[in-house]
Each structure stands twice: as structure tokens, then as C-alpha cells.
Design a protein. Structure first.
Length: 421
């Protein structure tokens, strides 16, 4: 038992050390280059700069009507450039009829204009040029892979119509589907007056679902799906100004913040070792895993790292430590009444679980509210907070418990002083 536990523990320690080293220094494995955490996670406007674009609404509307148009345009642009809420763009209405958009990490002004400037007017047109339905009848659009007969899987955009769109599309496909002679009838899918797909109607489609096929990459399919899902701008927006902007704080501030974060984390690690001995060591290992999980999550979501984000990461580490402190104090209480170390660990985790769940669920609710009702950096912080809570629960409840049991098997279950009692 002791040998098996020691081998498993050493394997875990080796993986944690390897992951930490890779996160700090990166790695080269043959032709595969793994970037370090600083290179992998994208930086926000305050650290890396980006571009800004000013758009002007081409409308004669005034007063409350113009204000409504500008708010709608801002909401559509926000959805297009930051559907998940983690890239933290700065989008503000300037004056009465202008919108300023600042995008972090974008170096090409034209790329920004392509991202936000399309009107995204989607139409389905029959061979005679008659409009079948429009983008307003599309209630869902997602990128996905579809299996083709000869070329394997191909990226497509799946569409789901509303009730009116389902009826119109069914009527059109019924009219265009081949009767007796195999004549090809095409429905043209047009975006901003450009044909993006021309599927052949082979059968009646009455389930309210369709697919846009084209020579897409999965990234292009994703951008197209976002444009369609976000909807059309209420008026034409004309670019009147654009430029590259430098970082507000710069990489020097990032280096200082990372150094401060490292010092704070080391102090937390030392405190846990002094206060809780072996459980403290286990907590330090679990916290290292926690940090890696959060960084992997941020990279997967495409989250931008800002100085407030670094502060939030350090704060979330403190929250993760809170859960460990609560559990370890319960374990110490069980040891003081004379229970064995193994029994104390089981009882301590069981007694602390409800408190840990309550505190994390309330914080998770706060994160969901921030994500649901916030915008820009607030929405992004909500996503990061939710990610941190999930990672905290995984490490503090499950990983810590199993590592602690491995340590008991390795060191024996007699010396309670090693467990903080």
C-alpha cells in the first residue's frame, strides 16, 4: 500500500512540476512548440494595445429614436466582437450618432472593420430572385462539422428558423423540390448582397432547420454564425476614423504585476505549510493544479489578460485557500477529540463540504449575475469568476482529499502533529 501510494504521489508531483515548468518557460517537443503562459494567454488593451474604430450612423433620426438606434447598434456590435464576454472590448457611444470600438490584440485596422462593420443582411432567394425569408427568421446559427460523401467532414453553419421562417422555408422547398423530372432548383443564400451558398433543393424541408455549405474553415464558419446570430445593424454604419493604439500601461506593468502575484502566492504557500504541515503541502500542490486549470480555461475561452484580471486571479487563489483552511480546521477538530487520522480526514471533509458548497455556490451566483447582466470587462470578469469557482471546487474538494489520503498511506497514520494538531 505504501509503495503504491508513493509511486502514484511521485507521478502526480512529476506531472505538476512538468506542467508548472512548461507554464513558466514553455517547451519544444520536436517540431511542436508549447508556449509559456505569458505567450499563450492574450493580453488586454491596457497591456498590449490594439486598434480603435469610430463608426457614424447614416440616419436622419433624432432624439429618442436616434438614441434607440445607437443602443441597438452598440448591442449588436458587442455581440459580434465579444459573444462570450471574455475579450473585453471597449465599446462606447460618442456624441449622438457615433460608436467608438477599441479591440485588444488586433493589429490590423481592416481586420477590425471586417469584424464589426458588416451589416449582416441575410436573405434566402429562389431562382427567380424572389425573397423567401430573411435573417430575422433565423433564431439560431452555429458552426459545426458535417460529414460529406467524398471529402470527409466539412465546416458548415447550421440554421434554425422561427415559426414563420419554418413555414416559409417549407413552402419554398415544396415548390422547388423535384416532382417527376430531376431538375435542379437552387436556393441562394445571400449575405450583404453576396451569394455565400447555393444549395440544391432535393427534398421538402419542413422541420425548420437548414445548413449553409461553402468553402469554409471552422473559424470562418464561426464568424459567419456569429454575424447571423447577432442580427443586422439597424442602420448603415460608416467608418470615419481608425488607428492603432498603444498599451495604456505596458509590459512593464505586466512584469511588476506577475512579480507581485508570485510573491503573494509564495506567501500563501509558506503560510499553509507552517499552519497545517502535511495538509498544507497538499494544499500547495492542489493550488498549483488550480492555477494551471484556470490558465488552461482562460486560453480555451480566448480570455484577455488584464491587470484587473491578474488581481482577480490572485483573489480567486485566496478563495480556493479558504476552502482548504475550512476543511483542515475541521480535520484538526476531529483529531483533538481522539479520532484516527484517516477517520478525521473523512469526517473533516464531510463536515466542511456543506459550508464549502454554500460559499462557492453564492459566489457562483454572483458570477452568473455579472455575466448575465454585465457588459465588457464586467461580463469578462464574471466568466473568469465562474471558471475560478469551478476549478476551486475540483481542487479543494476532490484533488486535495485524494492527495491527502495518499500522504497518509505514505507517512503512516500515527503522528497527528504532522497534520496540524
Amino acid at each position: 500500500m505504501r509503495l503504491k501510494s508513493t509511486i502514484i504521489f511521485l507521478i502526480i508531483i512529476s506531472l505538476v512540476f512538468l506542467g508548472s515548468y512548461t507554464a513558466i518557460n514553455g517547451a519544444d517537443i520536436g517540431k511542436i512548440k508549447i508556449p509559456n503562459a505569458r505567450e499563450a494567454v492574450e493580453l488586454g488593451l491596457d497591456l498590449a494595445g490594439g486598434v480603435y474604430v469610430v463608426l457614424e450612423a447614416q440616419t436622419d433620426a433624432q432624439g429618442a429614436e436616434l438614441q434607440k438606434i445607437m443602443e441597438q447598434s452598440k448591442a449588436v456590435i458587442s455581440e459580434r466582437v465579444d459573444g462570450l464576454g471574455v475579450s473585453e472590448p471597449n465599446i462606447v457611444i460618442e456624441g449622438n450618432n457615433r460608436i467608438r470600438i477599441e479591440l485588444a490584440g488586433v493589429k490590423d485596422v481592416q481586420e477590425a472593420i471586417d469584424m464589426i462593420g458588416k451589416t449582416a443582411q441575410l436573405k434566402f432567394v429562389d431562382p427567380d430572385g424572389k425573397e423567401i425569408l430573411t435573417g430575422k427568421n433565423v433564431k439560431g446559427s452555429e458552426p459545426q462539422y458535417q460529414k460529406m460523401d467524398s471529402s470527409g467532414e466539412q465546416p458548415v453553419v447550421s440554421l434554425e428558423f422561427d415559426k414563420e421562417g419554418t413555414k416559409k422555408f417549407a413552402e419554398a422547398t415544396k415548390r422547388l423540390a423535384p416532382k417527376t423530372e430531376p431538375t435542379e432548383k437552387i436556393i441562394y443564400i445571400v449575405l450583404d448582397d453576396q451569394v455565400i451558398s447555393n444549395p440544391v433543393v432535393n427534398a421538402i424541408i419542413d422541420d425548420g432547420r437548414a445548413v449553409i455549405q461553402g468553402d469554409f474553415t471552422i473559424e470562418e464558419a464561426g464568424r459567419l454564425a456569429t454575424l447571423i446570430r447577432a442580427g443586422s445593424l439597424p442602420v448603415e454604419m460608416k467608418e470615419i476614423q481608425s488607428s492603432v493604439i498603444g498599451p495604456k500601461l505596458g509590459l512593464e506593468a505586466l512584469d511588476r504585476s506577475i512579480k507581485a502575484a508570485a510573491i503573494a502566492i509564495m506567501i500563501i504557500f509558506i503560510f499553509m505549510l507552517i499552519m497545517y504541515k502535511i495538509p498544507g503541502l497538499v494544499a500547495d500542490i492542489a493550488l498549483t493544479i488550480y492555477i494551471m486549470l484556470v490558465l488552461i480555461g482562460m486560453k480555451s475561452l480566448g480570455a484577455k489578460l488584464t491587470l484587473p484580471g491578474i488581481a482577480g486571479l490572485i483573489l480567486s487563489i485566496g478563495m480556493a485557500v479558504d476552502a482548504n483552511v475550512l476543511i483542515f480546521e475541521r480535520i484538526k477538530e476531529e483529531l483533538r477529540v481522539g479520532k484516527s487520522i484517516r477517520a478525521s480526514i473523512d469526517a473533516g471533509f464531510k463536515r466542511a463540504l456543506s459550508s464549502v458548497l454554500d460559499s462557492n455556490i453564492t459566489t457562483l451566483i454572483a458570477g452568473l449575475v455579472l455575466y448575465g447582466f454585465g457588459s465588457g470587462p464586467i461580463k469578462g470578469f464574471g466568466v473568469t469568476l465562474i471558471l475560478g469557482i469551478i476549478a476551486s471546487m475540483i481542487t479543494s474538494v476532490f484533488i486535495t482529499k485524494h492527495l491527502l489520503k495518499l500522504m497518509v498511506n505514505m507517512t503512516g497514520a500515527k503522528n497527528t502533529k504532522l497534520y496540524g494538531a
